[in-house]
Design a protein around this ligand. Structure first.
Ligand code: ADP
Length: 392
């Protein structure tokens, strides 16, 4: 096996390590290896932390953070929730209860008017969007794939292809008789893909592409010129909300400066549209499923993975450069323990080159951040200022 293949395989193996990664693992990585993980990403990937972050942001920048449904974390915010419910006009509000750390629609319930809410622990209780935009009478949400290649500075890309995940029973507003019908109210693929028929299962089509959605809107004569810009905004603002924390944890975990960020992260953003085509963020998945169940998602996910690896893996020339510099530094460290504190001149060139390297291999990805229009500058300034104030 040639040297190129060995290095490429080493990078590949680490690239898809998921879940909780011990911090020592990051510091022990070779300079050319990259890992699909940013420490601190649970700030937006855990439902309770996301809710707390979004509430904080809404109080700081209400005009920018109006895309997350009202959410209470139980049991801690039980009192606040009951106070909200007791106000006359909210007595019949419907809430969706979701366990903090589950996925695929597990443990989800709809409740009306706070009924039996006290029995729930370690869940978020979120205002249910009762009037979603429907695709041929069915509820749906969007699964969008987002790649973060660096947090310091932030670099974010969105994959141009995404999935439209449909429910499989025609939608009706929640009432006492349909609130438990999961295939009407939940759009998770895991919930909708299988229908039980007697003793057997039938698999059904409950996925479409973003192109199908755009065609549906065009056929119905519905124009939504701002929809995709608003969705881009939701993704960037959500990541910005956790940026100071992400940077702080990243620098604490990887104290030595590196020419290429050892981390990247592919995230799955779930977006729901209401009847006026207003987009709402439902959640951010830290490990979006890469299983291809039907031809549509199999081919999409193959292109996605290939594209991600193309962007994050280094060329043989870059790997050789990093290896050489690493070797030189370890020799220099014998006489000067501070030798690793700074990047060498050649490494600094690589730092500057890295964004261009990514952009030249973007393929079906589109850059969301940095954004040339500067529309997020004020938001970033306020968020970083507030984080620094809290720490002082
Ligand atoms: P999970 O991690 O279990 O997938 P989600 O937050 O994605 O949990 O919710 C599962 C499904 O429930 C979503 O795909 C969506 O169809 C529905 N859903 C979640 N939150 C809301 C909400 N606030 N309003 C309407 N539907 C929702």
């Amino acid at each position: 096996m040639g040297a190129t293949e060995v290095n490429w395989r080493d990078s590949w193996e680490l690239a898809w390590v998921e879940g909780v990664v011990p911090t020592q693992r990051l510091t022990r990585m070779k300079p050319f290896q990259r890992i699909n993980h940013f420490p601190g990403m649970s700030e937006i990937c855990k439902k309770d932390l996301l809710a707390k972050n979004m509430r904080r942001m809404k109080s700081l920048l209400p005009e920018h953070y109006n895309f997350f449904p009202l959410t209470y974390c139980l049991p801690d915010e039980f009192l606040k929730l009951t106070q909200y419910m007791q106000r006359q006009k909210h007595l019949s509000d419907v809430f969706i209860i979701k366990p903090h750390s589950s996925c695929q629609g597990y443990g989800i319930d709809l409740v009306k008017g706070g009924h039996k809410i006290h029995k729930y622990k370690n869940v978020v209780c979120q205002k249910y969007i009762c009037k979603p935009f429907l695709f041929d009478g069915y509820k749906f949400d969007l699964r969008l794939y987002v790649l973060v290649t660096s947090v310091s500075p932030l670099r974010v890309y969105i994959f141009e292809e995404g999935l439209v995940r449909l429910a499989t029973i025609p939608y009706q507003k929640p009432n006492n008789s349909n609130m438990r019908v999961k295939r009407m109210h939940l759009t998770n693929y895991a919930v909708n893909r299988k229908v039980e028929e007697g003793d057997t299962f039938r698999f059904q089509s409950c996925m479409k592409s973003l192109l199908d959605l755009n065609k549906y809107l065009a056929d119905k004569g519905i124009s939504a010129p701002d929809l995709w810009t608003a969705i881009d905004g939701i993704i960037v603002k959500t990541l910005l909300s956790a940026l100071p924390q992400l940077r702080h944890v990243f620098h604490a975990t990887c104290p030595a400066p590196s020419a290429v960020s050892p981390c990247f992260k592919m995230l799955g953003f779930d977006i729901l549209l209401d009847e006026k085509l207003q987009p709402y963020l439902l959640e951010v998945n830290r490990s979006p499923s890469l299983v291809g169940s039907a031809e549509l998602d199999r081919s999409l996910k193959t292109r996605l993975i290939t594209n991600v690896l193309d962007m994050v893996l280094l060329t043989q020339k870059q790997i050789n450069l990093l290896n050489n510099e690493d070797h030189l530094k370890s020799v220099r460290r014998l006489t000067n323990p501070n030798a690793t504190r700074h990047l060498s001149a050649r490494e600094r060139i690589l730092v500057e080159y890295q964004p261009r390297h990514e952009e030249s291999r973007m393929g079906r990805f589109r850059r969301l951040y940095p954004d040339e229009t500067g529309r997020y500058e004020d938001i970033e300034r306020v968020i970083c200022g507030s984080f620094n104030q809290q720490r002082n």
